[in-house]
Every structure is written in structure tokens, then in C-alpha cells.
Design a protein around this ligand. Structure first.
Ligand SMILES: [Zn+2]
Ligand SMILES: [Zn+2]
Length: 885
């Protein structure tokens, strides 16, 4: 029957739909589109934005048409299939007339429907196909933010897609498909490269250096401005080198594929036997001069501390650079690398014999003899260039020659270590430098996380030793890192095979001869020096201690012989103990990157939301309730969201500090200044009365100084009143901020006619003379002082009010030794400067610990604190704690 009625039949249902659709009114054009697109999703077609008309004067959109994406036909010119490299895309257009048209009602200010065609001339997509239609696929800003996070931790594209689909319960609800994700990443990469990949990296490093004086980085460019060499190392890497820089692996086998640039890592091993990274470099070539440059940067960075042992892969240019720059370091080739090359350069039947040459502990003559045998046995190998070169380098790889050298028992570049190999796998991909640095830092933070975890275990527990374990073993468990203790346990077990057979004493030197039980031919000789019966040094002919910094079984045998209840200091090298890093406070924060403010806020909301949502998902009712609330909130905040889909919105930012959140400090500083004012009641200090200014006012002075003119009369009067107060004091304390990164104090000293600078990172006088912000601040104040003096006859203690003529005098005050405590120093200076020097109380408490806590405690307990609940809570806690005792 339907066929008979043909196209003209309209069902009741369709009539009803037509009425509803045409009666719709929308607040905005966007709302109209969203409505039609939602409708299209339900029906099974995709929407194309088609027709647009604008107001001739305001250029605002007044008229808009949306069509089914299958409208029209492909243009004739595109229908020629010939001369095409790619197969033409399938035809999607079929002249469908379905559309929806809306127009702005200028009187009412909303939008109404002018035209609506419901009918399509093609079958519609089924509900499980709709997700693939173009207009129903978008990656929202929130999704982009999540995607970037996942990408950063090293997930591949398809993994990112899997996670996103899981989050949304399936591909049909995700809102985009893997093709869109792929396109998004392609655009992202292009953006990185267009923005100057290398420049971005350098800018980032410059920014880090500015914010953290301990961040080291150097680079060189060629005449065309292209990056030639780059070396960097962050503060924690430098600390690690100080603790574990005795052996360094110079690993140049990584490649940044996009540019085929060598990516060079300086790697070491920590007290847990895991990899630490000391620094890295990216270079444009592999010439001797380039390697020399890298090594020199490395030494500059590490305060010229040379490593004792150096392990490298087999590059000739590098050997020459090492000989020139680090001539005293013992150098060997990485066995992992030799294994790789063996497979490439030798016949399979030669491999096991060659392996013996590499690893067997022959003496020199034995090795030479074995080498000749090898050549005789494997005919035809005389022509092998690689073998010839390896022979020349034999002292750098054959155990026969390297066994006496200092490598802590390391032979290879530790590539097998899981994190390092993860880095390696990932780096083989075609990545931009920006991504490389991001990923490198991510890996670094994971390594540090692991170390902190192991440190925690080591400090909070002691490895198990059985009741009958020797005192030496029990002591070793307390002293050495657990991984090292495991090794030592074997050594201790082996020591039982030895016995002391002779002992010669001579002054402070004792010579022990020990032999293997049941084999009196096996001898070792140990020399010990004593001072007042304490062992001061111990040497063994096996020299294991010299090579690996660990006591050998022979030393342990002596300890047992002497019935020592503790391991002598002479047998303990700090680098393997749990105290290896105690000299150096670590800085192993979890997140290397700083994300945009919005991203940080989003994360806060998200982690809170996740908890709440999970709780609410327990029942249908609470779920619905939350959904309703969120929908309402979504509508209310719709206008807040900008259309700015810029990456800085959802990604991390390069130009922001993570650890010194300077912007939020000013509120704390101002609050504390109020407290000091309150406590000191303006009672005069030793050299006169002090006026403490707030950071907010200082900011205003700076702006006043920048600008010409003094704005309106009302403003003038207000500011002049402030300066009038200044003139009644001997000293004005100004908390100032340098480049938004550093706090310091300037004191206008009226009696001395000087501007005293109290700065925990003191600069030369010439620096302050040139500092624009500082000069503008002074200029701003002077402007209004003159104004105040003209207006009224104000009381004035200052003889000379032309303060721009007063010299800047940086005062000798304690300096900060970290990168973050400038704000605390500033507060302490404000509290204790008396116009001439810091009062004795200044040194009574440590700035970064006690004083820091005192600031917080004072702020909370102050009578000026308006959040009384917190105070009450604390008082209650204290009372409870006291009663409990
Ligand atoms: Zn259609
Ligand atoms: Zn020994």
C-alpha cells in the first residue's frame, strides 16, 4: 500500500514531527545547530553547514542553513578518474534535499525555523553506524586534555583510543573514531614543527634555567641558525652525579629518527643498582670536535669532576674525544654493543670462541696466545676489518685487560634495564624534539619515583637475616642498600671457604695470608693498617674493592677471623649504602611538567569528581540526580567556555614554574606583613620607625611609574595620602617581585637617603640600577610624594624627597641555597631589618624549616584570621592530644 501512495504519503507521525520541528525557537545559532545535529544523529545522517547570511553592518550571522551531507553531487572536474595517484574516494553525494534553515528574529532576539525538509532520498545509517558519520565526530577540549596526558606517558595512538573508548563505554559513545585521533596528532605534530621544533625546546630550557639556577644547558647553532649541539642536565641529575658519578656510561646509540640526530645519554648506576641519568645531548654530527664539546659541557656542568670509569660504545671519534677531554678516566667498551657487532661482523661458528676472548679472565699473555689460536682456527678472518680494529682496541674490552679497572662490575651500557629500554623503544619512533624532551622527562620522573620507592623500603625496613647469620651479615644488612646486600650475602657465604694461615705484625701494619680450606695452594694476601687498634685501611691482592667498591670474600674472612661485630669503615664505600644520597637532599617531585592553570584546575575537579561519581553510581536515583545537576551546571557555565581550543588550554605550558608558584605567594606575603604590623604595633626599630607596604600597593607603584601622567583627581588624592604616610616614617619596606620569579625587599631609608636592597639572591648594584620594574616602582612613589607635598602641608621626616636620586644599596644578607625560599627570606627580612642590620633574632630559626612552619602557624592562629573554624579545629585537636597524654 505504501508503494501506491508513493512519495506524497505523509504519516501522522511525520506531520507531528514537522509541526514540532518548525515550531522550534533557539537562543543562539549554535543551539540551533546542536539541535539539528542531535536530530540527525537519531535519524542516521550527517549534517553539513551550508548557507550563511550576515548582517551587513555588524557582520553577525543572521541566517543559517544546515543540510544533509549527501546534498548535491560531486563536481564534474573531480569525476575524472584518470591521472590520479590515489584511488578516488567513494561517492557520498546523491542530491539529497533534506535541510533545516533558521533565521534571527531581530525583534525578539532569538532564532526561528524558516524551512525544514524532512525527507531523504537515500537509506539512513543504522544506529550502530552513526558514530562514524562526520558531523557526529568531534574531539572535545576535555577529551583533548585527556588525550595529551595519555600521550605524554608514552601510550601509542591505538592505546589512547582504547582508553578513551573504555572511558565512554564503547566506540559509539566516544564521539570520535581513531581516524580523528590520527588527524589530531598529525595536526599537533605539524604545529610543533611549524613553531620551530628546536626553538621551542631551547625556549623551554631557557625558561627552566631562568627559574632554576641549577638547571644546566648549553647549545650551539650553525651559521643558518640550525641547532648543532645541545646538552642539558637538570638539578637532580647533577645531584645524582655527585653521588654516583664514579662510573659513567656514554650511550650514543639512540637516534632521533625524524632528523636522524644522535641522542646521547650519560648514564650511571645508583645504590640500588638501577640506572640514573646524569644528562643528555643532541648533536647534528658525530665528529671528534662535537664529542669533545659534549664532554666539556658535561664536565662544566659537573664542576669538573671526572668519572673514574667510562663505558662507551664502539665509535672511534668518541674514543679520540675521550682521550683528549677525560684522559685520566679508565675507559672500556660496552659488551652489549660488542655482542651486537659480533653478530654483524662474524660468522656464526666464530661467535662462541670470540665471546670467550671477551669474557674469560685470562692474563695478558694467555689472551694474546688465545687470540692467535682464534685466528688459526677460523681461517680467512685475517681480512676481517672489524676484527683488526677490535684487536687494536683490546685493552678497552677484553676482560683480560679490563679486569683490574674501576667499573663497579659494570660491563655494558645497562641497556637491558627495563626503563632504559622503554626509552629506547619509544625513541625509535619519528618524534619531534619537543616530544622527545617531554618523553625523556617523563622517563626521568619514573626512574626517580622508583628510586624514592626503593629508598623508602631501605630506610623503613632491614633485609631479612636468619638468627644464625654472622654479625658481619647482620651489620651489612643495616648498612648497604638491599640490592647490594643481596650481592654481599653471596660474598659472605664464600668467605667461609677461607682461613687465615699466617699473620705478620709490623708497627701499625698487619699482613694476613689466607688460604682456601682444603686447597693450601690458593692464597690471598691482605694488608691492614691500624691506628689505636682501629682498622684504618685494608687491601687485598684480588683488588675487588678497588674495582667495585665492595669488600671481597677475603676481607670478610679477616673480619670473621678477628671476630669483629661490625664491618670496619675501611670496607664501606658510601655509594652502595642506604646513606648514599644523604649528603644531597633529593628533589624527586613526581610531575616534571607544569600544566596550564586550567588543566591544573581540571585535574583537581576530575579527581574529586571521580570519587564522588563512583559513590553516586551506587544507585540509579543518585546517578540521575548528579546528571541533572551537571546538565544544569553545564548550561549555566556554557558561556564561560571560550572557543579557544589552543593547546595551551589543555596541555602543559612551557613558560610556567612548577615549584615556585610565585603568583599565589603575594597573598601569603601580604597576610603575613599584616601580622608583623599587628605584632610590632609600629613600635620603632633600632634605627627608626618602619612602614610595611603590601605587595598589591607595590604593584600599583610600578604601574604608576610606567605611565605618564597621574590619572584622575580622585585617584591622585588616594595615592597621595599613602605617600603622605610614608613621609612620617623612617623606613618604607617594599616587598618586590623580579620577573615574576623572585621575591626581595627594597627599603626606602629616609634618614640615610638610600634604597637598601635585601635580596636572598643578591645581584650587583648595576643590576638593580638597570632593573626596569624596580626603577618604575621608585618613580611611581616619587611622583605621588611630590604630589602629596604640593597639596597639603604634610608632616615630613625626610630632608630629600627626590627618591629617584637615592642610590640602590644591596645589603649583605643571608642567601638562599635552594630555588624556592625567596618568599620566606623576604618575610624574614621585613620582620628583622632594623635599618642597618638584621636583628639577632634573625638567625634564631632556620628559614626553610622552623620559620616556614611559624609563618603558617601565625597565619592560622592570628586574631585577624577570619576563618575561625580552622582555628577552633586546631585548638580542639591540641586539647584532645593533651588530654590523651
Ligand atoms: Zn539525506
Ligand atoms: Zn680479595
Amino acid at each position: 500500500m505504501g508503494d501506491e501512495m508513493g512519495d506524497n504519503f505523509i504519516s501522522l507521525e511525520e506531520q507531528e514531527e514537522y509541526r514540532t520541528m518548525t515550531a522550534m525557537r533557539f537562543k543562539t545559532e549554535k543551539e540551533g545547530f546542536l539541535f539539528y545535529n542531535r536530530y540527525a544523529k537519531e535519524k542516521g545522517f550527517s549534517v553539513r553547514k551550508n548557507y550563511i547570511r550576515r548582517d551587513p553592518i555588524t557582520a553577525a550571522v543572521t541566517h543559517r542553513q544546515y543540510q544533509c551531507s549527501r546534498e548535491g553531487h560531486r563536481k564534474e572536474v573531480y569525476m575524472e578518474a584518470a591521472n590520479r595517484s590515489r584511488e578516488p574516494k567513494a561517492l557520498t553525494r546523491c542530491g539529497c534535499n533534506a535541510l533545516f534553515e533558521i533565521k534571527l528574529d531581530k525583534k525578539k532576539g532569538d532564532w526561528f525555523v524558516v524551512k525544514y525538509v524532512a525527507k531523504h532520498n537515500h537509506p539512513l545509517a543504522k544506529s550502530d553506524e552513526v558514530a562514524f558519520l562526520r558531523s557526529h565526530r568531534t574531539i572535545s577540549n576535555a577529551q583533548k586534555a585527556n588525550i595529551l596526558e595519555l600521550k605524554e606517558v608514552g601510550l601509542r595512538q591505538h592505546q589512547v583510543m582504547d582508553v578513551m573508548e573504555r572511558h565512554h563505554s564503547g566506540f559509539d559513545a566516544t564521539g570520535f573514531v581513531s581516524r580523528d585521533l590520527y588527524n589530531y596528532f598529525t595536526r599537533l605534530r605539524k604545529k610543533h614543527i611549524l613553531g620551530g621544533d628546536a626553538e621551542r625546546v631551547i625556549k623551554y630550557f631557557q625558561w627552566r634555567q631562568k627559574h632554576d639556577m641549577e638547571f644546566f644547558f648549553e647549545y650551539e647553532t650553525d651559521e643558518a641558525g640550525r641547532l648543532k649541539r645541545l646538552f642539558w642536565s637538570d638539578p637532580q641529575s647533577r645531584i645524582d652525579y655527585d653521588a654516583f658519578g664514579d662510573v659513567v656510561v656514554f650511550d650514543s646509540t639512540y637516534r632521533v629518527n625524524r632528523y636522524n640526530l644522535p641522542f646521547i645519554l650519560f648514564v650511571g648506576v645508583n645504590h640500588h643498582g638501577s640506572t640514573v641519568i646524569f644528562g643528555c645531548a643532541i648533536v647534528a654530527d658525530e665528529k671528534v670536535a662535537t664529542y669533545e664539546w659534549i664532554l666539556k659541557q658535561f664536565l662544566d656542568c659537573m664542576y669538573q669532576k671526572h668519572p673514574r670509569g667510562l663505558i662507551t660504545d664502539g665509535d672511534n671519534a668518541m674514543h679520540r674525544a675521550i682521550a683528549a677531554v677525560m684522559p685520566d678516566s679508565e675507559h672500556r667498551l660496552c659488551t652489549w654493543h660488542i655482542e651486537q657487532n659480533m653478530a654483524r661482523h662474524l660468522r656464526p661458528d666464530m661467535l662462541s670462541d670470540f665471546r670467550a676472548l671477551v669474557h674469560a679472565p685470562y692474563d695478558h699473555e694467555e689472551f694474546e696466545r688465545k687470540w692467535v689460536e682464534f685466528k688459526v682456527k677460523h681461517k680467512g678472518c685475517e681480512d676481517n676489518q672489524w676484527l683488526a680494529r677490535m684487536y687494536n682496541l683490546r685493552k678497552k674490552w677484553a676482560t683480560a685487560y679490563t679486569k683490574g679497572l674501576f667499573f663497579l662490575g659494570m660491563k655494558s651500557n645497562q641497556r637491558s634495564e627495563s626503563l632504559n629500554s622503554k626509552l629506547h623503544r619509544y625513541l625509535d619512533r619519528k618524534m619531534s624534539l619537543v616530544l622527545l624532551v617531554e618523553y625523556y622527562e617523563h622517563c626521568l620522573s619514573r626512574m626517580r619515583y622508583r628510586e624514592a620507592d626503593l629508598d623508602c623500603k631501605a630506610s623503613q625496613s632491614i633485609p631479612f637475616t636468619s638468627n644464625d647469620a654472622s654479625l658481619t651479615e647482620k651489620d651489612a644488612a643495616r648498612i648497604f642498600a638491599p640490592a647490594v646486600f643481596k650481592k654481599l650475602k653471596l660474598v659472605i657465604a664464600k668467605s667461609m671457604d677461607w682461613e687465615v694461615i699466617d699473620c705478620v705484625e709490623e708497627d701499625n701494619l698487619v699482613k694476613y695470608v689466607i688460604s682456601m680450606k682444603g686447597d693450601s695452594e690458593m692464597l690471598q694476601i691482605l694488608n691492614c693498617t691500624y691506628m689505636e687498634s682501629t682498622m684504618k685501611s685494608i687491601n687485598c691482592t684480588c683488588r675487588k674493592m678497588d674495582r667495585e667498591c665492595l669488600p671481597c670474600e677475603h676481607m670478610v674472612a679477616i673480619m670473621h677471623h678477628l671476630k669483629l661485630d661490625a664491618i670496619p669503615e675501611a670496607c664501606i664505600v658510601r655509594r652502595w649504602t642506604i646513606k648514599a644520597k644523604h649528603m644531597f637532599p633529593s628533589d624527586r617531585y613526581g610531575e616534571v611538567y607544569t600544566w596550564s592553570d586550567q588543566m591544573e584546575r581540571y585535574r583537581r575537579l576530575r579527581s574529586m569528581g571521580t570519587e564522588v561519581f563512583f559513590k553516586c553510581s551506587v544507585s540509579k536515583e543518585t546517578t540521575l540526580m548528579v546528571m541533572e545537576m551537571l546538565e544544569k551546571l553545564d548550561l549555566e557555565t556554557d558561556e564561560c567556555e571560550t572557543n579557544n581550543s589552543d593547546l595551551t588550554l589543555c596541555g602543559h605550558v612551557l613558560a610556567q614554574s612548577s615549584r615556585t608558584d610565585i603568583e599565589s605567594h603575594d597573598k601569603v606575603i601580604d597576610a603575613y606583613i599584616m601580622l608583623i604590623k599587628d605584632m610590632q604595633c609600629e613600635s620603632p626599630r633600632e634605627n627608626g620607625t618602619a612602614f610595611l607596604e603590601s605587595t598589591a600597593h607595590c604593584q600599583a607603584w610600578k604601574t604608576n611609574g610606567e605611565q605618564i601622567g597621574t590619572r584622575n583627581k580622585q585617584y591622585q588624592d588616594k595615592r597621595a595620602k599613602v605617600t603622605a604616610k610614608y613621609l612620617q616614617h623612617d623606613m618604607i619596606f617594599l616587598p618586590l617581585n623580579r620577573n615574576s620569579t623572585h621575591w626581595y625587599v627594597a627599603v626606602l631609608n629616609g634618614a640615610k637617603e638610600k634604597i637598601q636592597i635585601l635580596d636572598s639572591m643578591r645581584m650587583d648594584k648595576s643590576y638593580y640600577d638597570k632593573d626596569k620594574d624596580l626603577n618604575n616602582t621608585i618613580k611611581g612613589i616619587e611622583k605621588f610624594i611630590q604630589y602629596a607635598r604640593l597639596e597639603d602641608e604634610v608632616e615630613n621626616k625626610w630632608k630629600n624627597t627626590k627618591i629617584t636620586n637615592w642610590p640602590f644599596c644591596p645589603m649583605k644578607v643571608p642567601q638562599q641555597s635552594d630555588s624556592w625560599s625567596c618568599g620566606l627570606h623576604t618575610l624574614k627580612f621585613i620582620q628583622h631589618w632594623n635599618g642597618k642590620e638584621l636583628s639577632p633574632e634573625f638567625n634564631e630559626m632556620d628559614t626553610t624549616t622552623t620559620f616556614k612552619h611559624k609563618v603558617a602557624a601565625n597565619l592560622i592562629n592570628s586574631t585577624m584570621n577570619e576563618v575561625i573554624e580552622v582555628q577552633q579545629d586546631i585548638k580542639r585537636l591540641v586539647t584532645e592530644a593533651n588530654e590523651g597524654n
